[in-house]
Design a protein around this ligand. Structure first.
Ligand code: FES
Length: 163
């Protein structure tokens, strides 16, 4: 289990080059998120201290830019494409099927932190629409059957997702 102290130590290691340089703020936040998976409060406090700004400023930046996450994400990040080509070919149906299979809504993470669900704009796989990404893998030509095949056990599990 990662403690608050671990988070602070890891964050300090990552942002060691930041000291007093505001221009390094975004790259530092990106580097910390890449390491920790999201930006915990403790990490935002450490980044703010190193950058000479309050944690509130860091939180404001983190919530302004879609690339940053202030909550933990699952080991498997599912991003269902909602671009035009995918919408026309039924991405809404796919999203519904995934939500039911994982008992999860967009923006949530399963309690076991296995899956996070989000939507994205075009992922460059329009020819295979509807498509989604699971971490770095692009999966196209989706159907509700594909969803059942991908998440067979999860569909039977119960539990309330984390928000
Ligand atoms: S619109 Fe979904 S991949 Fe392009």
């Amino acid at each position: 289990m990662v403690t608050d102290t671990d988070i602070r130590r890891q964050t300090r290691d990552i942002i060691a080059q930041l000291k007093g340089r505001r221009a390094m703020l975004i790259p530092a936040m990106q580097a910390v998120q890449q390491k920790l998976g999201y930006l915990p409060l403790e990490a935002m406090e450490e980044i703010g201290e190193a950058a000479g700004v309050s944690a509130n400023v860091i939180y404001g930046v983190a919530t302004f830019y879609a690339q940053f996450r202030t909550k933990p994400v699952g080991r498997t990040r599912i991003a269902v494409c909602r671009g035009n080509a995918c919408n026309v070919r039924g991405s809404e149906r796919i999203l519904d099927a995934i939500e039911r299979a994982l008992n999860l809504k967009v923006g949530e993470t399963t309690p076991d932190r296995e899956y996070s669900l989000e939507t994205v704009a075009c992922i460059g796989a329009c020819a295979t629409a509807p498509a989604m990404k699971m971490n770095e893998e692009t999966i196209g030509k989706l159907s509700t059957k594909t969803v059942e095949d991908l998440f067979p056990k999860k569909a039977k599990q119960e539990g309330k997702p984390e928000k």
